[in-house]
Design a protein around this ligand. Structure first.
Ligand code: DLL
Length: 435
């Protein structure tokens, strides 16, 4: 199903003409109303979409420097809503929406949710956090626009989430993939079989997740899992999402213009090349952003999709440029470790990477938990024994083959790794003397 056929299947040439007109309007709007952009855009001529590459980037640090309201293009009285990014360091990045911006957000959410199978009349369980984080309210408003029945469960309280899922029997669920997995694990512990909740589709995002995790969630919840991407600075969830084909995420590119650049040099990269996603808002009024460096690593394609949508698509993210670890000179994204591990039967699909930079060379320890069936068969990990040692070897061998890197592997007792109720923390730094 397609939510907005006219917009989503618009021929590419028409789409690009619309993008150019909207880009000109956005640049003029920003230059006129935001001092930060006035100088940067002075003398800019936007005769073709290619001219965009000559404009300066906008970076996260510059947004922080304008805290809280310095980048707004409308007075506070014209703002309908504020949200803030979930960053953990220092002050949050504040974003604002006019009433018209909220309408755009509902529209793009409706598109990505319908692409994942959402329909009017369905019951939707929203287990993203509600509040300044854009996840909960973003899905909530999209669901209302479609005409769904929303259960605003928010995040946390996993036992209660399981109770609601069993008793209300929603058609869809929206959550971070790590929280969805935690819910699936808890349902299994309570004796529910996958499929018993009646879920048909799940919409997951807000953090990187691998195909292996997708399979684990689908097996655990008995539903099809779809990837939805977005970031607060641009709008929240709804920038892009997968359709039935699940061959990349369709970008709502009549509202957000994508580019991919080399993260080091900033040079534009052609379709198919992996690099940093840069987004320009085309319709946002409260906080237009021009060439925003998302920090997210992906590749674009303009190839037609079998679903009929004509938008640019982005590949599933492998992670953020700043999540990349450099271990013994090898570049590693946590999602690559996840992908290598999740197909191993004898493990639960949970892991943590402990990075130790206290020595001269950074080391990484991969902490994992054996599956309950394995523990039952061979006893706890504390007991040691050849089966535990063999499993450790197998994991180390798999990681070496996938990453070209020797890592220390630690098997932990059941339920020791922290379970996530929002965005999972996969990488922790070991400080001296602390294990
Ligand atoms: O996480 C918005 C969102 C909510 C997206 C719910 C999808 C679902 P922020 O808190 O500003 O906004 O974090 C944005 O999260 O730059 C990516 O690094 C990461 N991210 C978001 N979606 C995905 C995804 C929300 N599908 C940051 N896959 C982004 C991988 C994702 N990473």
């Amino acid at each position: 199903m397609i939510w907005n056929t006219a917009a989503e299947t618009q021929p590419r040439a028409e789409r690009e003409a619309l993008q150019l007109t909207r880009l000109g309007d956005t640049a003029a709007w920003a230059a006129e109303r935001v001092p930060f952009y006035r100088e940067r855009l002075s003398g800019a001529s936007l005769r073709s979409l290619g001219d965009l590459a000559r404009l300066p980037f906008t970076r996260k640090g510059e947004l922080r420097a304008q805290y809280p309201f310095g980048l707004f293009a409308v007075p506070q009285s014209e703002l309908a809503r504020l949200h803030a990014s979930s960053g953990t360091k220092g002050k949050p990045t504040v974003v604002g929406y006019t009433a018209a911006d909220l309408d755009v957000w509902r529209e793009v959410m409706a598109r990505v949710m319908v692409a994942a199978g959402a329909q009017a009349g369905d019951l939707l369980h929203v287990a993203f956090g509600y509040g300044l984080f854009t996840g909960g309210l973003g899905f909530h408003q999209g669901a209302e626009r479609i005409g769904m029945t929303v259960v605003p469960a928010s995040s946390g309280n996993t036992a209660r989430q399981c109770l609601l899922l069993r008793d209300f029997r929603p058609s869809g669920i929206a959550a971070t993939p790590s929280f969805a997995l935690h819910i699936a694990e808890t349902l299994a512990e309570q004796g529910s079989k996958p499929g018993q909740t009646g879920l048909r589709y799940g919409m997951f995002g807000a953090e990187p997740w691998s195909e292996g995790l997708r399979r684990a969630i689908e097996a655990g919840l008995g539903c099809r899992a779809y990837d939805i991407y977005g970031l607060s600075e641009i709008i929240g969830p709804g920038v892009s999402g997968e359709c039935e084909a699940r061959q990349g995420l369709h970008i709502c590119d009549d509202h957000f213009l994508p580019e991919v650049v080399d993260p080091a040099s900033g040079a534009s990269l052609p379709p198919g090349c992996q690099g940093e996603l840069v987004l320009t808002t085309l319709t946002k009024r409260a906080m237009p952003l021009i060439r925003y460096r998302t920090g997210d690593i992906t590749a674009l394609t303009l190839e037609p999709c079998r679903c009929g949508r004509t938008s640019a698509r982005m590949a599933r993210l492998i992670g953020r440029a700043d999540d990349m670890l450099i271990i013994k000179g090898v570049n590693v994204y946590p999602s690559e470790v996840e992908q290598a591990l999740l197909d191993l039967e004898d493990l639960v699909p949970q892991y943590q990477l402990v990075v130790d930079r206290t020595g001269t060379l950074a080391r990484v320890e991969v902490q994992i938990e054996p599956a309950p069936a394995f523990l039952e068969r061979y006893g706890g990990v504390e007991a040691g024994g050849p089966a535990v040692a063999a499993l450790r070897e197998r994991v180390a061998g798999r990681l070496h083959a996938a990453l070209g890197l020797s890592v220390d592997v630690t098997l932990l007792p059941a339920r020791t790794l922290p379970r996530s109720e929002g965005k999972a923390v996969r990488v922790v730094e070991r400080t001296e003397g602390k294990r």
